[in-house]
Design a protein around this ligand. Structure first.
Ligand code: KDG
Ligand code: MG
Length: 403
């Protein structure tokens, strides 16, 4: 089965998405997500200008060989742009192979290892009382796990906390917005938040929190220790993960489980953290870590060290990525949890999908392939709009900080 055409589809039904479609001479087509928040057109160009010409005429069934060809052949390996482009090709080819077999993708990944995929939802609040109410509301909707983020007193805008009734969307400016940060205030505030949440929702609900890389290792160690009585499911991105040795400091001081990896692109980024058992959950996604082929490799390395998956699933990963992630999550042995942030109605209309959410769980559906399609006519009504993720500055002197 030969690849005869491939093209990118860029659209903005509320936020930007890049989708790759691959067509074959047997009439089967597949799609893959190539969205990289704030750098979307770089991936579209990488695909259009450098990858698509190499795909034409190749055997669509040779997924592993195509992955290696794109990864090794570039000479310039890794990085989010390259790996998102490779991921899009890989996901589209798995979609085609599963359609050719007339099977849902999870059957080709070894079949279902569970009945359904555990999700965590997002609670955001303007203060502690509001965040506690939001967590309780999601618990009442049936979620078994909730991530809680809260505005920090005295800080104007805090990354990762939606303002007002707006959906969470950090890429909110035609140029990067500037947010405030103050680690000392945050470190005093967050333990009170989780204490209040536990008192309200009891001990069974899984609670998660995302630090968004903003603490130093010793500060993160302090937070992990302060949160131990509240028994978090995980503390995410406690410190920037470029230096894996920073996690030794955190681990030395706390038993709060750690999750890292949404900004990782390859198994090489994950390797030291996993092999030294410095984390408990690996958060790489299908789209940013080289597709299903490479994510499976990361999960297998993680399984050797009792690390479980916790795939990134924010709304800047398209429904195509969510569909692929749910097939992966249903099949992979060491699945942990899947992030769920609902897409807008406009996005769902552009990307009709077979997956469904119920009672805090998801199922990828049984349509052949990954079960997500793109309505190109509708997509064309939403042209690309430039949007950047913000930068973070320390309150007081304005030093540029981690997110
Ligand atoms: O594009 C960046 C977002 O995907 C990120 O801020 C979301 O941290 C995030 C999460 O855990 O979902
Ligand atoms: Mg995160």
């Amino acid at each position: 089965m030969k690849i005869v055409a491939a093209r990118t589809i860029v659209c903005c039904p509320g936020r930007n998405f890049v989708t790759l479609q691959i067509d074959t001479d047997e009439g089967l087509s597949g799609i893959g997500d190539a969205t990289l928040n704030g750098r979307e057109l770089a991936v579209a160009s990488y695909l259009n200008d450098h990858v698509i010409p190499c795909l034409l005429g190749r055997d669509a069934h040779r997924i592993e060989d195509t992955w290696q060809y794109l990864y090794r052949g570039a000479y310039w390996r890794r990085g989010p742009v390259t790996m998102s482009a490779i991921a899009a090709v890989d996901t589209a080819l798995w979609d085609i192979k599963a359609k050719a077999a007339n099977l849902p993708l999870y059957q080709l990944l070894g079949g279902a290892s569970r009945e359904r995929v555990l999700l965590y939802a997002h609670a955001n609040g303007r203060d502690i009382a509001h965040t506690v109410d939001e967590v309780a509301r999601l618990q009442a909707q049936g979620y078994r796990a909730v991530r809680a983020q809260c505005a920090v007193p005295g800080l104007d805008k805090v990354y990762g906390v939606a303002s007002g009734a707006q959906p969470y969307e950090p890429a909110d400016g035609a140029l990067p917005a500037e947010h405030d940060w103050d680690s000392a205030v945050y470190l005093r505030h967050i333990p009170h938040l989780f204490d209040a949440i536990r008192s309200r929702v009891g001990s069974e609900l899984h609670l998660l929190h995302d630090v968004h890389h903003r603490l130093t290792p010793i500060e993160a160690a302090r937070l992990g220790r302060d949160l131990e009585p509240m028994r978090l499911f995980w503390l995410e991105d406690p410190t920037p993960a470029e230096d894996p040795r920073a996690f030794e400091w955190i681990r030395r001081h706390t038993t709060t489980p750690l999750a890292v990896g949404e900004v990782f692109n390859t198994i090489w980024d994950c390797q030291p953290l996993i092999e030294q058992r410095l984390i408990d959950y690996i958060r790489c996604s299908v789209v940013h870590a080289g597709g299903i082929t490479h994510l499976k490799r990361i999960a297998d390395l993680a399984a050797l060290h009792q690390v479980r998956t916790g795939c990134h699933g924010a709304t800047d990963l398209s429904p195509v990525c969510m569909g692929a992630a749910l097939h992966f999550g249903l099949a992979v042995a060491n699945f942990g949890i899947q992030e769920h942030m609902p897409h807008s109605a406009d996005t769902d209309a552009v990307f009709p999908h077979a997956y469904s959410f119920r009672d805090g769980y998801a199922h990828p559906g049984d349509a052949p392939g990954h079960g997500v399609t793109v309505n190109e006519k509708l997509a064309a009504r939403y042209p690309y709009r430039r949007a950047y993720l913000p930068v973070n500055r320390l309150r007081g002197d304005g030093t540029l900080w981690d997110w």
